[in-house]
Each structure stands twice: as structure tokens, then as C-alpha cells.
Write a protein that binds this ligand. Structure first.
Ligand code: ADE
Length: 241
């Protein structure tokens, strides 16, 4: 996969791209990342990329000309362009899978108050990473790149993404490691039992209970499988009986 980032601040990405799983995945050649400095496409002597908003208001708005010239210097038929914006569609694990299937992802990172709205019709999707406002699209681009690159085959151990939070619409069950007893705080006995059927049942139940408590919105949307329903019914019976 090729990834192109259009930004005024490419230096924000350097540690991210060279650290841990993402650094290793890029070293292995799973993705290739390039940067385009939007300011290089400004025409005036002062390399202005922004101006004050028509109609008045606080802050500066990025001009269409340098941004779109930067975009069309790299966009091809194979490209899929994402505009980072708090006014975009919510990012999700489902979208991460969709983006991981693209040949060329372009991340367009605005800064200041935002981008001239005429730019929107030149991108494939506007994406938000959450209901809060950041100073620019660079952190959102890193968040999305991280979640996409780790899904590329060869990035992390096969199978280790399958049971994670959000992969089946539920939050993940709790994980534990050594020691089994940490200052009197013990790992649940079932995990030490070696009984794989019981462990599976416990994990499914925990995943359901945690999702119901922490994310009632996800729980309400989730269609219980037959197995999940049976496990939850058994638990409710035990609680009530
Ligand atoms: N730019 C500023 N805030 C953002 C957000 N929450 N998501 C995506 N891009 C942004």
C-alpha cells in the first residue's frame, strides 16, 4: 500500500513512523509513506496557504489553490482521498478494514480553522476521529494510519486482530498475564483451569457484560448470536436465582 500525507507539518509524523509495530511494518515494506508539503504549492512570495474567512469570524481558512494543487500532484485513478475533519463521518474499525484494502490512501490534513469548503468535492471521504476538535488533521491521520497499517497482512501476528474490541461489535474481554497472584489480586480461576470450553464461555460473557455496561449504544446495536444469548441467559438466571 502507498500512503501520501498532505500536510504543513510533516515533522509531526517522524517518531510515529519509526516506532514499534508501525516502524517494523514500514521496514518490512508493507506500506510506503510519502509526504507532500502543501506550502510548496503556494504561489506568493510569502508562501501563504491561508486567509481570513469570507463573512467574518475567528481564525484562518486554508485556501483551495495550494491544497488542490498539492492533491492533484499525487492523485491518480487508484487513489482514495481522506480529508481529516471534525465535521466528517465517524471513523470506525469497519472503515479501517475498508481503507486497508486500498492501493493508495491520501490523507489531507488541514490546520487552523479548517479548509475552504470547495475542497470537499475533490475528496472521497471526510473522516472524523471523534466528537472533539484538534488543532489539525495530523493526529487524526496518524490515528487512522496506525489502525490501517496494523491490519495489513504481515504487520501483526495473524489471528491477533480477530477477537479485539470492535471486531465483532463488542468490547474485548479482559486479558491477564503473570503472575497469577499480584499482591493478593488473583486472576479469575477459570483462566488457570485449562478448560478451553469454560474459558471461551467466560470470555464471551465478560465481553457481553463489559459492552453492556460501558457502551450501551454498541450493545443495543449488537445482534446476539445463539451462543451469546445462551451464555447471557444462563448468567441472568444465576444472578436472579
Ligand atoms: N481535525 C480537527 N479535529 C478533528 C477530528 N476530531 N477528527 C478529524 N480531523 C480533525
Amino acid at each position: 500500500m502507498k500512503i501520501t500525507v498532505l500536510t504543513l507539518f510533516p515533522e509531526m509524523f517522524s517518531d510515529f513512523l519509526h516506532t514499534s509495530i508501525i516502524g517494523r511494518s514500514l521496514d518490512r515494506g508493507l506500506a510506503e509513506v510519502e509526504f507532500v508539503q502543501i506550502r510548496d504549492f503556494a504561489h506568493d512570495n510569502y508562501k501563504h496557504v491561508d486567509d481570513s474567512p469570507f463573512g467574518g469570524g475567528a481564525g484562518m481558512v486554508m485556501k483551495p489553490q495550494p491544497v488542490l494543487d498539492a492533491l492533484y500532484s499525487v492523485k491518480t485513478e487508484q487513489s482514495y482521498t481522506l480529508l481529516m475533519s471534525p465535521a466528517g463521518e465517524p471513523f470506525s474499525q469497519k472503515k479501517a478494514h475498508e481503507f486497508a484494502g486500498k492501493d493508495h490512501l491520501i490523507f489531507l490534513c488541514g490546520h487552523y480553522e479548517g479548509l475552504d469548503y470547495r475542497i470537499n468535492s475533490h475528496v472521497d471521504e471526510c473522516v472524523s476521529i471523534g466528537d472533539y476538535v484538534l488543532t489539525g488533521g495530523e493526529l487524526p491521520a496518524m490515528v487512522i494510519m496506525d489502525s490501517v497499517i496494523r491490519l495489513l497482512r504481515g504487520s501483526i501476528t495473524a489471528g491477533s486482530t480477530e477477537e479485539e474490541s470492535h471486531e465483532n461489535g463488542l468490547l474485548e474481554y479482559p486479558q491477564y498475564t503473570q503472575p497469577a497472584d499480584y499482591n493478593g489480586d488473583r486472576v479469575p480461576d477459570v483462566l488457570l483451569s485449562g478448560n478451553h470450553a469454560k474459558i471461551r464461555e467466560w470470555r464471551i460473557l465478560q465481553s457481553l457484560l463489559i459492552t453492556r455496561e460501558k457502551r450501551p449504544d454498541l450493545f443495543a446495536k449488537h445482534e446476539l448470536t445463539k451462543e451469546e444469548k445462551k451464555i447471557l441467559d444462563k448468567y441472568e438466571k444465576e444472578q436472579n436465582g
